[in-house]
Ligand binder design. Structure first.
Ligand SMILES: *[C@@H]1O[C@H](CO)[C@@H](O)[C@H](O)[C@H]1NC(C)=O
Ligand SMILES: *[C@@H]1O[C@H](CO)[C@@H](O)[C@H](O)[C@H]1NC(C)=O
Ligand SMILES: *[C@@H]1O[C@H](CO)[C@@H](O)[C@H](O)[C@H]1NC(C)=O
Ligand SMILES: *[C@@H]1O[C@H](CO)[C@@H](O)[C@H](O)[C@H]1NC(C)=O
Ligand SMILES: *[C@@H]1O[C@H](CO)[C@@H](O)[C@H](O)[C@H]1NC(C)=O
Ligand SMILES: *[C@@H]1O[C@H](CO)[C@@H](O)[C@H](O)[C@H]1NC(C)=O
Ligand SMILES: *[C@@H]1O[C@H](CO)[C@@H](O)[C@H](O)[C@H]1NC(C)=O
Ligand SMILES: *[C@@H]1O[C@H](CO)[C@@H](O)[C@H](O)[C@H]1NC(C)=O
Ligand SMILES: *[C@@H]1O[C@H](CO)[C@@H](O)[C@H](O)[C@H]1NC(C)=O
Ligand SMILES: *[C@@H]1O[C@H](CO)[C@@H](O)[C@H](O)[C@H]1NC(C)=O
Ligand SMILES: *[C@@H]1O[C@H](CO)[C@@H](O)[C@H](O)[C@H]1NC(C)=O
Ligand SMILES: *[C@@H]1O[C@H](CO)[C@@H](O)[C@H](O)[C@H]1NC(C)=O
Length: 816
């Protein structure tokens, strides 16, 4: 049997030639059964090797015993021949089922027919066509595809070989790890070692045909998103219009992942403001609308993974409406501050009451009003309201004004105004209202006057037409008396009317005082009780006047001393002579003038008296008769000036009487203008004295103020013996003096030693100060002067003066 696989066509050719030579001219008929692969050309030669034999006697017959022609162009021949000198070749360009059959090469040699029979049967070749590169999923059972195509699968042997990196080959067999199937090789529980080169082979046992293919197997892993990392700049929270948002999808998977971003809440898959880069997406700046849920999709051939993240974008608060309110008193209004922002802002409303003169005055904390509060309007609610909306991002404020309309309001509904000749009276109808009220004045006379010099209605019309309607000025005179009467002002605005009545009345001086009595009297003063005059027509009494003189000399002149008091003062006359009789009379005073004098009354001042008892300035417990221990003869005890209403103290007398001793008492005088104190230096030591202190005036002595003291024992005399401590002290002093002397000598001789050091340090300190000043120099003054110093020939460091209060630095010799 002659086997001619397609790729062994040349070998086949050689075999045929050899066969022919061996046979010589084919002396006998031969049969060949040939399996020929479909779609491939078939080619055979027929030769007779006998010398001189002409090949024209050789012909090829097909299965219908028809001679196969040579190739003719333009015809569709399934087979054709080619002739040479000594051979005829058969070509079948395309072996198919249709051309399968018997092909015979026949000849007649020396009268004898010979034939070589080729029975050609087309067969379908076994094929495999696996992808050259394949991926298996780590950790799973994965298939390395290699599908075998063959007519008769039962005749096919599939085998797999793994080619290690060092080119060693291992035949794979069905095992726990591998399942070899017609579809390919299943690898169970793929590990990283399973990657590499594999060869898939299929052997056709029937047609002895074999194919193999190398497959490069790579490991892949499923995508896995570890996290979607959100960063912002500046720090979170994200603020609309300001922050930059970056979301990064941290994922792993082989082969390289492909990232897709989308918004799950809106379904958006793209936005012109999204800047995508590799696994990240950036939005700058974020806007309010960027709040939402985002999803990262990481995908590869191994699978898809998604993870979503919620993005919150904060918005600074924005007050969208906080309208001003203008309403009438008594209505209830709601304060509404509408604000938006994310997170929703906290709202508070602060009330600032405005004064008349536009001064803003802060109200206490408790005037913070809740959003949406209802307030009942009255005058006190008028003012500026500030709404403050704040959230985590920022705060904002908005102000509005509440205007309250209220009906005219008079402080006093009724008022009496006094007028008197020569006085300028101003009748006021000042009214508080919003909006401004119009005022109408009216007049009713107290009693009709027969011939008034001035007609009140005329007067009002004229006066009010040229001045502010609120005030009616009246310059009271004899002629203006007709203007006395009842005035009425009606103030009106759209909310109502308010009326004020002003009784403009002629005012009079008070009536004479009916009752005045002496309350207390001393040697030099008298205090009176004065009974207020009862009701009278006129402004109230605001003071009293008293006129007084000594009875003895009363009739000598009619000019007397006087004294006036406002109503709230004690009515006291002082600097009177003691033991003297006086006459006094009183009159009451109001704006209009003085009342008539009342009757004279008489009183007598008392006899003058001796001064009051002086008081020692010592602690209270000693006062109760205990002995005061004087510790030092320089110590002194002082006392308070005695009160002497009638005659001034002219001196103080001290008497020191030793107790238990025969020694006489010692006396001392102290002028009242000197310091009021004792002088113990005149006393003996270690003695107890009883001291009497007496104040004296021209009337006599005061009661004595007594005290007992003990003077200290005499201070020890000159030192006789030195204690050990004193000796050490003296030694230290002597050593120190010696050191100082040595140091002074060193300073004079070698300019060394402590003192010299101190001087140097002084210089250093000056230098340090300079350095400090240089760092503080703001005006460049120093720099210039230093330059100047460097330029100066002797290069002497310059001195500076620093003025602590002004901070100005000047050269010591400069003219600043
Ligand atoms: C061979 O013939 C078959 C069937 O007619 C055709 O499909 C195929 O393409 C041909 N092959 C060649 C190489 O001409
Ligand atoms: C991997 O294995 C798991 C469990 O055996 C299976 O559920 C999954 O579908 C497998 N994945 C693939 C891509 O074959
Ligand atoms: C605040 O709100 C007003 C009115 O709605 C709007 O005109 C304005 O642009 C907003 N301001 C900010 C900063 O959002
Ligand atoms: C204040 O009132 C307005 C109007 O109802 C409302 O929109 C807003 O959310 C309120 N603010 C707060 C902090 O309650
Ligand atoms: C808003 O008010 C609440 C409750 O009073 C408070 O806890 C929160 O801190 C406030 N927020 C801001 C931004 O002031
Ligand atoms: C808060 O708002 C004010 C203006 O209302 C602005 O000047 C300030 O910069 C803002 N602060 C922040 C942190 O945004
Ligand atoms: C003021 O108002 C009262 C009450 O309405 C009225 O009786 C009076 O006549 C008015 N007076 C003037 C001066 O308008
Ligand atoms: C004067 O006033 C005093 C003190 O109130 C009173 O005691 C006395 O009776 C009054 N005298 C007269 C005459 O009213
Ligand atoms: C003063 O003179 C008048 C009349 O001459 C007399 O009535 C009165 O008593 C005299 N007064 C005194 C205090 O002498
Ligand atoms: C003064 O000294 C005496 C005796 O030592 C003592 O009894 C007395 O209490 C002392 N007085 C005061 C005020 O200390
Ligand atoms: C002071 O002493 C004198 C004479 O011993 C005595 O008359 C007087 O009452 C004493 N004064 C006081 C306030 O004790
Ligand atoms: C003080 O006097 C008392 C008695 O008069 C005497 O006992 C005492 O020794 C004296 N003290 C001194 C320090 O002289």
């Amino acid at each position: 049997m002659l086997i001619m696989p397609p790729y062994t066509f040349l070998i086949c050719f050689v075999v045929v030639i050899i066969l022919q030579e061996n046979d010589g001219c084919f002396m006998e008929s031969k049969n060949h059964a040939i399996h020929w692969q479909k779609g491939t050309p078939f080619y055979a030669e027929c030769v007779c090797g006998m010398p001189g034999y002409n090949a024209k006697h050789i012909k090829w017959l097909d299965s219908h015993n028809q001679e196969i022609d040579v190739l003719r162009l333009g015809t569709d021949q399934k087979a054709y021949t080619e002739r040479d000198n000594d051979q005829v070749k058969l070509y079948i360009p395309n072996v198919t089922n249709a051309v399968s059959g018997l092909y015979r090469c026949v000849t007649n040699f020396e009268g004898q027919d010979y034939s070589h029979n080729y029975y050609i049967e087309a067969y379908e070749p076994v094929t495999i066509n696996p992808p050259e590169e394949q991926f298996v999923l780590l950790g799973n059972r994965s298939l390395v595809k290699c599908k075998v195509h063959a007519e008769d699968m039962s005749k096919i042997l599939v085998s797999w070989t793994k080619i290690e990196e060092d080119e060693t080959r291992t035949e794979l067999t069905n095992s726990a790890k591998y399942d070899i199937t017609d579809d390919g090789l299943y690898i169970n529980d793929v590990t990283n070692e399973d990657k590499g080169k594999y060869t898939c082979s299929a052997y056709d046992k029937k047609n002895l045909d074999e194919v193999d293919k190398d497959i490069n197997v790579k490991i892949i892993t499923k995508p896995r998103i570890k996290e979607v990392r959100v960063t912002s700049e500046p720090e979170p929270p994200l603020v609309a219009g300001i922050s930059r948002l970056v979301m990064k999808c941290i994922a792993e998977g082989i082969p390289q992942l492909e990232y897709i971003w989308r918004r799950t809440d809106t379904g958006d898959v793209d936005n012109p403001r999204w800047k995508k880069e590799a696994n990240a997406i950036m939005i700058e700046p974020v806007l309010a609308e960027d709040q939402g849920q985002y999803e990262c999709v990481a995908q590869s051939m191994a699978g898809v993974a998604t993870k979503s993240v919620d993005i919150e974008v904060f918005l600074p608060p924005n007050i969208t409406s906080f309208p001003s309110i203008t309403e009438s008193e008594g209505t209830t209004v709601q304060l509404v501050c509408n604000a938006n922002g994310r997170p929703a802002p906290n709202i508070s409303i602060i009330f600032f009451k405005t004064d008349g003169d536009d001064d803003v005055q802060e109200i206490a904390e408790d005037e913070i009003i809740e959003n949406l509060s209802f307030i009942r309007l009255d005058k006190s609610r008028e003012g500026i309201y500030i709404c403050n909306a704040s959230n985590e991002v920022n705060y904002t404020t908005e102000e509005m004004y509440v205007t309250v309309f209220y009906k005219p309001h008079y402080e006093l509904k009724e008022e009496t105004i006094w007028g008197w000749d020569g006085h300028f009276a101003n009748l006021s109808c000042e009214v508080d209202s919003n909006p401004i009220a119009t005022i109408r004045w009216g007049f009713t006379a107290d009693y009709p006057r027969t011939h008034p010099q001035i007609d009140p209605d005329d007067y009002m019309t004229k006066t009010l037409s040229v001045t502010l309607a609120k005030y009616l000025p009246v310059n009271v005179s004899e002629e203006a008396h007709s203007l006395y009467g009842w005035y009425e002002c009606n103030a009106t605005n759209h909310l109502g009317l308010s009326t004020k009545k002003i009784h403009f009345q002629e005012g009079h001086v008070p009536p004479p005082i009916k009752n005045a009595t002496v309350v207390t009297v001393t040697a030099t003063s008298a205090t009176f009780y004065i009974e207020e005059p009862g009701y009278f027509q006129g402004p109230s009494v605001h003071g009293y006047i008293g006129e007084y003189d000594m009875r003895e000399t009363f009739n000598i002149t009619n000019i007397h001393m006087n004294r006036s008091w406002s109503v709230d003062r004690p009515f006291t006359i002082d600097r009177l002579k003691p033991n003297t009789s006086y006459l006094v009379r009183f009159a009451a005073v109001n704006q209009v003038g003085y009342s008539e004098w009342c009757e004279y009354m008489e009183f007598e001042t008392l006899e003058p008296s001796a001064p009051g008892i002086p008081i020692w300035k010592i602690s209270l417990d000693v006062l109760s008769g205990e002995i005061v221990n004087v510790t030092d003869t320089n110590q002194a005890l002082s006392w308070k000036m005695s009160d002497s209403e009638d005659a001034p103290v002219d001196y103080y007398k001290l008497r020191y009487c030793p107790i238990n001793e025969e020694n006489p008492c010692k006396e001392q005088k102290v002028e009242p203008n000197a310091e009021l104190k004792t002088d113990f230096s005149i006393l003996d030591h270690n003695t107890t004295y009883f001291i009497e202190l007496v104040a004296h005036n021209n009337v006599g002595d005061s009661t004595p103020a007594n005290i007992t003291i003990t003077t200290p024992a005499q201070v020890a005399g000159p030192v006789h013996r030195l204690s050990a401590g004193a000796l050490i002290g003296i030694s230290i002093v002597v050593v120190f003096i010696c050191l100082v002397v040595v140091d002074v000598l060193l300073l004079l001789w070698k300019r060394q030693g402590m003192i010299a050091n101190c001087c140097c340090r002084k210089k250093k300190r000056i230098k340090k100060l300079e350095d400090k000043l240089q760092t503080r120099d703001k005006k460049g003054l120093l720099k210039d002067s230093r330059d100047a110093a460097e330029r100066s020939p002797n290069n002497r460091p310059k001195e500076y003066e620093y003025n602590k209060t002004t901070g100005v630095i000047t050269g010591k010799h400069s003219a600043v």
